[in-house]
Design a protein around this ligand. Structure first.
Ligand code: PEP
Ligand code: MG
Length: 893
């Protein structure tokens, strides 16, 4: 294997091997853009190191070879005393992990070469400042010295001189500081700061490898679902300097606005500064457009390069660049992160520009982004009313409307959110140590830093609301408060609202309004209208692409007419699951109680007769709302005790009544029934088809209600398409018995009403045995609907009602799974049963209709899986229907 690639050897498609940064540096190099020469050590080398604890044997020689080539190209040697070649050593994994991993700049400087650098640059101060930065960065990241020690020494030096900013330290001061820094290193590590440039480089490379496994990197990967075994590549790049005077500087830019998608000049520039200063949000930057006045030539070249990159990558790119004494250098590019709204707009803009086609446009957006756009927003008109007031304005860094109580540190954010509080994390600026707090918070507010600051980049990645750089707010994390310009004080615990779409910050709780995207799906806003929201137009177009190409149909889980009607507006093509138990609640509970308590057949029949017309009315409404589309009605599923009062409450009631010598026969009978029906494991007990088999007349009543409702709709010239579904079947015999009874009831109704109903009868596949014997079960089923909630529960042996609260957090933290299997289908386990059952069912009955109605039906990743295994439809809650439509389209495109 080859472990080292020159920038001229790679390309953008080699991200697995060269990491994102390395692959794109190579791509830019090969596009002829001004990239400082360098080479990339592959992720493969990192993996060997992480697995075995030492670098691959061949690595050293390969690095030497590439270093020699680099030295030849640059005409100087690494650390050469009279004119040192300096390099940066940067991490670069396949997926970007902002601020997570290590970087060391100015490698190659030493006591021997610092004066050579000074001579070459004609700047003594610059050389000593570069050297002190090297020792500081190297000490902290490579040698594990506490970074505060360097900061303190720097502060001391400034104080001793009576100045406040670094710039006011001159060459002599910095030279003394270098001495201090070297002492710190020697004292803390027991060895001298390494003077051999090659040793510096090798140690830095190793430190980058090691940084793959820091706690914060691991946490970030889990959060972002990045696999833990990818490793990072390391980029060794010749240094260019943005801190060589006013004709130098460094900046970041986007090829179009990452918040709106609009084309234009978006970025930040910092004059006379080195790379990391911008991203860290340490000093305040100027808008990129102002660079034109400072250095017109570089600005012009940069604009041209950005255009080249957009046309080449056919997407929004973000870039980092440095200008060294009027010469522009590209340090990084990648396809840029963007807000959900911008993703939709950019995708359609690029189609209009002819850069991508519709299939590609679908890949540029995803269901999670669409879901984010369906969140409500703040009601602008409420500003100033109801005790809320605008207290500041920052940069709209990541959209959304977040309300919560102010907290000023990560620890409190986590603590409060664990106890159920919604919190807004407020910091002057964030750094990777704040990650836990950012995850726990509803939103993030900072008083410093721009669109590219840590807070902004990470929040956007997480889809969290963020306002950054709200400079008029003075954040005092030590005393846990923030002061506004007019002197209002927000203490820890006060409620604040932040709007990540406008950058506004409010004191108090601002009311929210529905999202325009939901208004559009609801039919209250029309994409065709002249003045329609730009975003709505883009969503409309993307949804049309998705609907055109998708193979999966999308149905809704709905059990009342209102949900059914909304689902239909959202694009549902029927109901995939009507849970009839939801029709047995409220006032009807007593009727169910009577059914359960019935002593005689007559009592029971009377109770059923009472329920029949109510059920029938329910179904009539539902069939009307879904006229012309299939409606799958599932017969009663949950254990009966769920319809009875709680055993403890009831026992107390009975005991009290006894003590007071009051009448309590009814409660006593209820209590007996509750005891009789009590089960240790109700989820594995008397429920689903088992109920239908032991409670005579129950399923027959439900089937009759369905058939009567269908007949009623038919006679009203409607087009009812009812499908009857039997839950929790484990063996074909269960299904056969229920089917026989059901067919008889249907025939009776058809005859009595003089209609042909064409009802179909199918089953849920939600037990492992059903999945394993799907071939047999299909003999008696017109359709299967996978109940992946129960299937996950039974395949894993996880109680679906308990695990999320008990041990899942530990499992997620240990990385046993990256996401709950109740949320995203476990492809290898549960999914493989779905796959084989679907196939076996279709062997028996090639026209078998296949769907899924567990929660996974609306989960983006799971939808792709169901597409792949050939199901006919997914069914999910009404609000997730647009997401499912989009993902089904993406899966097929
Ligand atoms: C399922 O088990 O996946 C299902 C849809 O049924 P329920 O959630 O009602 O048990
Ligand atoms: Mg179920």
């Amino acid at each position: 294997t080859k472990f080292v690639y020159d920038f001229t050897e790679g390309n953008k498609d080699l991200k697995d091997l060269l990491g994102g940064k390395g692959a794109n540096l190579a791509e830019m190099t090969n596009l002829g853009l001004p990239v400082p020469p360098g080479f990339t050590i592959t992720t493969e080398a990192c993996k060997v190191y992480l697995e075995s604890g030492s670098e691959p044997a061949a690595l050293r020689a390969e690095v030497s070879e590439h270093l020699t080539a680099l030295e030849r190209k640059m005409g100087k040697k690494l650390g050469q005393a009279d004119d040192p070649l300096l390099v940066s050593v940067r991490s670069g994994a396949k997926f970007s992990m902002p601020g997570m991993m290590d970087t060391v700049l100015n490698i190659g400087l030493s006591d021997a070469s610092v004066s050579g650098l000074a001579a070459q640059a004609g700047d003594e101060r610059f050389a000593w400042d570069s050297y002190r930065r090297l020792i500081q960065m190297f000490g902290k990241t490579v040698l594990d010295v506490d970074g505060d020690l360097f900061e303190e020494a720097l502060e001391d030096a400034k104080q001793a001189k009576g100045v406040t900013v670094d710039i006011d330290l001159d060459a002599v001061d910095l030279r003394a500081l270098v001495g201090r820094f070297k002492d710190i290193v020697a004292k803390e590590t027991g060895r001298e700061f390494p003077q051999d440039p090659r040793e510096q480089m090798d140690l830095a490379v190793r430190a980058v490898f090691d940084s793959w496994n820091t706690d914060r990197a691991k946490l970030y990967r889990r959060q972002e679902r990045i696999p833990g075994d990818l490793g990072t590549a390391v980029n060794v790049c010749s240094m260019v300097f943005g801190n060589l005077g006013p004709d130098s500087g460094t900046g970041v830019a986007f090829t179009r606005d990452p918040a709106s998608g609009h084309q234009g000049v978006y970025g930040d520039y910092l004059q006379n500064a080195q790379g990391e200063d911008v991203v860290a949000g340490i000093r305040n930057t100027i808008p990129l457009a102002d660079l034109e006045a400072i250095d017109k030539a570089s600005y012009g070249e940069l604009m041209q390069i950005m255009e080249t990159l957009e046309t080449h990558y056919k997407d929004l790119c973000d870039i980092e660049f440095t200008i060294e004494r009027g010469k522009l250098w590209m340090l990084q590019t990648r396809v840029g992160k963007r807000t959900a709204g911008a993703a939709f707009r950019i995708a359609t803009q690029l189609v209009d520009q002819g850069l991508i086609d519709e299939a590609e446009a679908l890949q540029r957006v995803n269901g999670a982004q669409l879901a984010q756009l369906m969140f409500p927003r703040f009601d602008e008109s409420a500003d100033g009313k109801g005790g809320t007031a605008t207290i500041g304005r920052g940069i709209a860094a990541s959209p959304g409307a977040a309300v919560g109580r102010a907290v000023f540190d990560s620890y409190t954010a986590v603590k409060w959110s664990r106890s159920g509080e919604k919190v807004i994390l407020i910091r002057r600026e964030t750094n990777p140590d704040d990650l836990n707090g950012m995850i726990a918070a509803e939103g993030i507010l900072t008083s410093r830093g721009g669109k590219t600051s840590h807070a902004a980049v990470v929040a956007r990645g997480m889809g969290k609301t963020c306002v950054c750089g709200a400079e008029e707010l003075e954040v005092d994390t030590k005393s846990r408060r923030m002061t506004t310009q007019d002197g209002t004080v927000i203490e820890e615990g006060d409620t604040v609202s932040i709007d990540g779409s406008t950058g506004k910050v409010y004191a108090g709780e601002v009311p929210v309004v529905p999202s325009p995207v939901v208004e559009y799906f609801e039919g209250r806003m029309h994409a065709g209208a002249e003045d329609a929201d730009e975003l709505v137009k883009a969503v409309h177009r993307i949804m049309a692409y998705a609907d055109r190409v998708r193979r999966l149909r999308v149905r809704a889980n709905a059990d009342n007419a209102e949900d059914a009607a909304r689902a239909r507006r959202f694009g549902a093509q029927g109901i995939g699951l009507c849970r009839t138990e939801h029709m047995f609640l409220g006032e009807r509970r007593e009727m169910v109680e009577r059914l359960i308590l019935a002593h005689t057949d007559a009592d029971r029949d009377a109770a059923l007769a009472e329920l029949l017309p109510l059920q029938q009315a329910d179904f009539t409404e539902l069939f009307e709302a879904m006229d012309g589309l299939p409606v799958t009605v599932r017969l009663l599923d949950p254990p009966l005790h769920e319809f009875l009062p709680d055993i403890t409450d009831l026992s107390v009631r009975v005991a009290l009544a006894e003590a007071r010598h009051e009448k309590h026969e009814n409660d006593l009978r209820l209590l007996q029934a509750v005891h009789k029906l009590h089960e240790q494991n109700p989820m594995l007990g008397l429920r689903g088809v088992r109920l239908g088999l032991v409670i005579p007349g129950l399923f027959a009543m439900q089937v009759r209600a369905i058939a009567e409702a269908a007949a009623e709709r038919k006679n009203a010239k409607g087009d009812p398409r009812a499908e009857i579904m039997i839950p929790l079947v484990g063996t074909v015999q269960e299904l056969e018995i229920v089917r026989e009874e059901a067919e008889q009831v249907i025939a009776e109704v058809e005859q009595a009403r003089g209609v042909s109903l064409k009802l179909t009868l199918g089953t849920m596949i939600e037990l492992p045995r059903a999945a394993l014997t799907a071939g047999q079960i299909a003999e008696s089923a017109d359709f299967f609907s996978f109940g992946t909630n129960d299937l996950t529960q039974t395949v894993w042996g996880f109680s679906r009602d308990d695990v999320e609260a008990s041990f899942f957090t530990a499992y997620l933290e240990k990385g046993i799974f990256g996401v709950s299997p109740f949320e995203t289908i476990d492809k290898d386990g549960v999914g493989s049963l779905v796959r084989s059952a679907a196939a076996a069912g279709r062997v028996t009955r090639p026209d078998l209709k296949l769907g899924v109605c567990g929660e996974h039906g609306g989960d983006p990743e799971s939808v792709h899986f169901f597409h792949e295994v050939g199901l006919d439809y997914v069914s999910c809650s009404p609000f997730r229907i647009p997401v499912a439509r989009l993902e089904a389209g993406r899966a097929a495109a």
